[in-house]
Design a protein around this ligand. Structure first.
Ligand code: AMP
Length: 139
């Protein structure tokens, strides 16, 4: 079964599309966290960032890069929070990769990305060295 975002790509359900090209589409979030809240997706359905092929990932970033200033200027935002909920444990509800571009305004009452985490882990230098080495070996 295709995701709701694939249905938007196929024109089967309506959306306020603000940009599209061969491989990506951007449209307004239907339940915006702020005016101008925009989603950027690959046309093809990939569940997580980890599943996106390199060339499509580059296209996706290009569209995010294009849309951030367009969105900020459009709603006269002071800043934007740009983020992916990458996986259900991170709060991803629609299993079709999407980047949130959320306009931010001075005094809007929102928090930084750091506010998403629960309790901070207690990691010493050895733990950090091990984690860094392990990630580096996989990059
Ligand atoms: P996430 O929790 O990262 O999966 O976010 C999914 C986002 O998709 C939410 O912000 C929803 O408001 C948004 N959304 C769900 N259905 C639609 C739709 N039909 N058109 C536009 N945005 C949608």
């Amino acid at each position: 079964m295709s995701t709701i975002f694939s249905q938007i790509v196929e024109g089967e359900i309506p959306a306020r599309i603000v940009y599209e090209d061969e491989t990506t589409v951007a449209f307004l979030d239907a339940n915006p966290l702020a005016p101008g809240h925009t989603l950027v997706i690959p046309r093809d359905e990939y569940e997580r960032l980890n599943d996106v092929p390199d060339d499509i990932a580059a296209d996706l970033y290009d569209t995010v890069h294009r849309m951030v200033p367009a969105v900020e200027e459009s709603v006269d935002a002071d800043a934007t929070t740009v983020a992916f909920n990458n996986g259900e444990a991170a709060g991803q509800e629609v299993l079709h990769v999407h980047c949130h571009i959320v306009p931010r305004f001075e005094g809007d009452g929102g928090g930084p990305i750091h506010a998403i985490a629960g309790d901070r882990p207690d990691l010493d230098d050895d733990d950090l060295d091990d984690i860094a080495a392990d990630i580096e070996s996989r990059a």
